[in-house]
Unconditional design. Structure first.
Length: 359
């Protein structure tokens, strides 16, 4: 094989060198016969200006939206007289009854409320404004006490209209949702603070995804992000970043990000694993295929095709990798052609000819 070195005297290197180097370290041109280049399977690519997109991926877990979740606890002592839901997962409509509690204390308070209403009526008939004002204050206090016992304003208004106390307190669903947990049975005695039933509205869910610490600066509140899950291949759910947790997990060096996802068909379920992908436009720039770059530790080296078997090793400065391309900061110009395969064999030839002295 004929090797014909073509060394440039006093070559100062290309303006795009990533590190300062002496003239003796700067690469120079060398030559390999075209037939030999064909034998070792050398391929080329042209440096072009193209748009860049960066995709950040993470894994996460689906959770219920705590703004759309309600835990009922007993606010009075009593007994569960009747259940209207019987198991986890049942769908309930807004204002649908969940359970009834019989409470002697509640019945006593309702009787006191009715007595106050009667006293107010008598004060109005007699025109006794002093008694009327005092009675009005007591009625408002009684209403507040009933509200604290989970009695809705509609139920209080009905009691004020009918003047008939109810033995049972009916708890109703605050929204359309599903039963997440049911902690009581019919006939069981409950005390103030006991857990009764949980209702979750799953029309919107949270996905808590884990992103690496160097990816967190790219994540901002309001960014759109797509969610997928292995349970529904090919199905994408649209979400938006709502919270970027400022705390980092020590073991994995990741930060949690909360993504709000519309889930009207209830396909995403709490504790389900999900994948999050965020694609961002990163502008335009010179692009070079990843296989064209030979990282040496000190430099990133590419071999520029000069035609007729002549190659020039070139130190280049690279930016971020976007898929199968690097962004070129300096060292190459648009339209130049670079080697994209057999780089190590080309590098060996360059070493033999003395065209590339320093790694």
């Amino acid at each position: 094989m004929d090797l014909v070195p073509v060394m440039k005297k006093g070559s100062g290197g290309h303006a795009g060198s990533t590190m300062s180097a002496t003239n003796e370290d700067m690469p120079g041109e060398f030559s390999i016969p075209p037939a030999r280049l064909q034998q070792i399977g050398v391929t080329y690519a042209t440096i072009t200006n193209q748009p860049f997109q960066h995709t950040v991926r993470a894994v996460g877990v689906v959770a219920f939206d705590k703004e759309r979740h309600w835990d009922y606890v007993a606010r009075v002592d009593g007994y569960i007289r009747k259940l209207f839901v019987f198991s986890r997962g049942e769908l309930v409509e807004k204002n649908a009854p969940l359970l009834e509690i019989y409470s002697p204390d509640l019945l006593t308070t309702q009787n006191e409320f009715v007595d106050l209403l009667k006293a107010r009526d008598q004060a109005r008939e007699k025109g006794n404004n002093t008694v009327l004002e005092s009675t009005e204050r007591l009625i408002e206090s009684s209403k507040q006490r009933l509200r604290l016992w989970n009695i809705a304003d509609e139920q209080i208004a009905e009691l004020e209209k009918t003047r008939k106390p109810q033995e049972n307190l009916t708890l109703r669903s605050p929204f359309q949702g599903v039963v997440q947990d049911l902690g009581v049975d019919q006939g069981r005695r409950v005390m103030t603070g006991d857990h009764l039933v949980d209702i979750a509205d799953l029309s919107v869910v949270w996905v808590w995804a884990q992103f690496y610490q160097d990816e967190l600066p790219m994540l901002k509140k309001g960014l759109s992000i797509s969610i997928t899950t292995s349970s529904y291949p090919g199905k994408k759910f649209d979400g938006k970043i709502s919270v970027v947790d400022p705390f980092i997990t020590d073991a994995s060096r990741t930060g949690r990000v909360r993504i709000d996802v519309a889930n009207s068909d209830f396909k995403l379920r709490p504790d389900m694993y999900a994948d999050a992908a965020l694609t961002m436009d990163m502008g335009e720039g010179l692009a070079i295929p990843v296989p064209a770059v030979l990282p040496t530790g000190l430099h990133n080296v590419v071999f520029v095709d000069k035609g007729a078997g002549k190659l020039e090793p070139r130190f280049v400065e690279l930016g971020r990798q976007y898929g199968e391309f690097y962004e070129v900061k300096s060292g190459l110009e648009e339209g130049e052609r670079v080697v994209t395969s057999a780089n190590f064999l080309i590098d060996a030839e360059a070493k033999v000819q003395g065209a590339l002295k320093s790694w």
